[in-house]
Design a protein around this ligand. Structure first.
Ligand SMILES: Nc1ncnc2c1ncn2[C@@H]1O[C@H](COP(=O)(O)OP(=O)(O)O)[C@@H](O)[C@H]1O
Ligand SMILES: [Mg+2]
Length: 603
């Protein structure tokens, strides 16, 4: 995917520092979301540090329990001492378990709350992204950001960070204890640390870069799944399961390649750590025996030293893997942060009591030129102009791909024109609050998707505070009331992906009821009747006729029967208005394009 390559290209400058500026941003990002829950998170951190410290202390007591035996004590005196130590050990273990129980719960609380906020933030940013960006990113990719990337952030918060802290504290405590036993031996042992730190820095940056890439590729593979499932009827009808399988396999193979590629530095890294630690440990043991031979170290001290060394080795052995995981999570947050920092459209939220001023519905498009931001070289609309007086019906006809849908998407300000101006009631639409503009417009598209919920809720989508009477009256005007009542649960029937499946004509009439309820000044019908059978079309057309009363309407239609009564017909070809006038004018004129279309479609 070239676009994603570009994206990563600008961030792949070699980063050899463990904490590059970006990593700090990533860490700061975690902090932003945890801050509101610091009342829970900080106690959890403290509890974590305490349990880690107690683990190290526990090991110290085990050492002290066996020490007298190693120093040659025997009999009842030895057992009495051991008994006391054992009681202390049990008390310590109980304390530790108790704190751990609370600590894990607190962590989960803080992290899950922070993540829920992050998920909601991400979703609310995504739905507010401008159309240009939403179209450029495939929807599956955005959905995968919420699913996969947030999941990896979650792992970091509830697993990686606590483990990092736990091992960090255990390591520090063990090192301090070791220092109190023998400075000489401890320094010998710690000599290996700087080497490892440098390696973590080098491998970490590389692992993070590769992780980010594999995360992108995983998202790309998710797009295939989404597309295939959305269009599952087509997939099956064309018997293209194998083709889709191939598409998915190649996306997964790409991901697999990168993921395995990322495994190489990680494996190298860990292998190196294991090796260097084993060697270091051997050397330390040898050095310790040498110190015993010169009586610089007692036997019981050696036991203690060995126990603490076990902690050091174990904790240190975990650190690189944990840091690598942390780097991976930061890689995932890059993308999440990227979406969170994309500029969003102006907020269209309005408080329920703030009345949106109703526009009259006079529309003026002046010399519009437009190309989609993703394909700036392809001019879609060229010098597109028309004026509709309030209440008029404007029909837009023309071959498929001529720019009809594009023209109306400019009216909704899904995109801004490259040049030219759009005025409603004489005011430029880009100077109007977006909510003001869009609440005065309603769109009935060709393909209506209903939301999961009841039919009543779906109709109320056009006016959330509508009363049941208003909803039913809208449904009656939309010719939908009788079929809705015939359903087993009437208006409370669940529809949408998991509910009752309605026919195209029925969904269309629900969309019309929605628009009637919204009562917009301007109505846009984008091929609203094109995919319907004759009977549905008659019912829908009737409903539309009612809907178009008292408002300005823009009708895009393939069938000329629908546009005959329009006050003005605009005949579009390749983004330019070739002819305009009423049906009679255009026919009388003997005009070529419209007449051809009319002949083809009116028979
Ligand atoms: N989101 C988009 N990004 C880039 N090009 C687009 C987009 N949508 C439509 N186009 C292109 O714009 C042209 C006009 O499309 P459209 O307005 O949908 O035509 P119509 O509705 O008349 O069939 C077509 O060439 C189409 O390929
Ligand atoms: Mg179209």
């Amino acid at each position: 995917m070239p676009r994603q390559k570009d994206k990563s290209a600008d961030t792949t400058a070699p980063k050899l520092k463990l904490w590059s500026k970006d990593s700090w941003k990533g860490a700061g990002f975690f902090y932003t979301y945890l801050r509101p829950h610091r009342g829970v998170f900080i106690p959890a951190l403290i509890a974590l540090a305490i349990t880690a410290f107690l683990t190290a202390l526990f090991v110290k007591y085990v050492g002290e329990l066996v020490a007298p035996a190693l120093e040659g004590k025997t009999g009842d005196a030895l057992m009495a001492e051991a008994g006391t130590k054992l009681k202390m050990l049990i008390a310590l273990a109980a304390t530790q378990a108790f704190i751990a129980f609370w600590r894990i719960q607190l962590f989960a609380k803080a992290a899950e709350r922070a993540l829920s906020n992050l998920r909601v933030d991400l979703f609310s940013r995504i739905v507010r992204l401008p159309m240009g960006i939403l179209n450029a990113r495939r929807s599956g990719e955005l959905a995968s950001r919420i699913a996969n990337d947030v999941e990896s952030v979650r792992d970091t918060l509830v697993l990686t960070i606590p483990m990092l802290i736990r091992h960090g504290v255990m390591l520090t405590t063990a090192v301090i204890f070791i220092l109190t036993i023998s400075v000489k031996l401890a320094l010998f042992m710690l000599g290996t640390l700087p080497v490892v730190m440098v390696l973590i820095a080098i491998f970490g940056a590389r692992i993070r870069k590769l992780t980010r890439r594999s995360q992108d590729e995983l998202a790309a593979s998710q797009v295939v799944v989404d597309e295939a499932l959305q269009a599952i009827t087509s997939v099956k009808a064309f018997a293209n399961e194998t083709h889709e399988q191939g598409r998915y396999r190649s996306a997964i193979t790409q991901y697999l390649g990168t993921a395995l590629h990322a495994a190489v530095p990680r494996a190298l890294f860990i292998a190196f750590i294991i090796f260097s630690f084993s060697v270091a440990l051997g050397c330390v043991a040898w050095f310790a025996v040498k110190m015993i031979s010169t009586e610089e170290l007692a036997r019981s001290e050696l036991t203690m030293f060995a126990l603490f060394s076990a902690i050091v080795v174990q904790s240190f052995g975990q650190l690189p893997d944990l840091l690598a995981q942390f780097q991976r999570a930061l890689g995932a947050t890059d993308r999440v942060r990227e979406i969170l920092s994309e500029p969003v459209e102006e907020d269209t939220a309005t408080s329920p009591d703030s009345a949106i001023p109703r526009l009259k519905g006079q529309i003026e498009m002046k010399n519009i030129c437009f190309a989609y931001p993703t394909r700036p070289e392809a001019i879609v609309l060229q010098d597109f102009s028309f004026t509709a007086r309030a209440g008029q019906r404007i029909a837009l006809v023309g071959p498929s791909g001529s720019g009809k849908s594009t023209a109306i998407s400019l009216l909704f300000r899904f995109y801004d024109p490259t040049s030219g101006q759009i005025l409603i009631d004489g005011h430029p639409i880009n100077a109007m609050p977006l909510a003001h503009l869009r609440k005065n417009l309603a769109l009935v598209p060709q393909e209506v998707l209903l939301f999961g919920g009841t039919i009543r809720e779906n109709i109320a989508y056009g006016k959330p505070l509508a009363t049941p009477e208003e909803i039913e009256s809208a449904a009656r005007q939309a010719n939908a009331d009788s079929f809705i009542r015939a359903l087993p649960n009437g208006y409370e029937t669940l529809v949408g992906e998991r509910g009752t499946q309605l026919s195209g004509g029925q969904r269309q009439r629900i969309a019309i009821a929605r628009a009637i309820l919204a009562d917009p000044a301007i109505l846009v019908l984008d091929e609203a009747t094109s995919s319907l059978d004759a009977e549905s079309e008659r019912l829908v057309q009737e409903a539309l006729d009612k809907l178009m009363q008292n408002r300005t309407s823009i009708i895009i239609a393939h069938r000329l029967s629908t546009v005959r009564t329009a006050d003005q017909i605009l005949v579009l070809s390749a983004g330019t208005i070739m002819e305009r006038g009423t049906h009679e004018e255009l026919m009388a004129h003997g005009s070529n394009l419209y007449a051809t279309l009319a002949k083809l479609q009116l028979g």
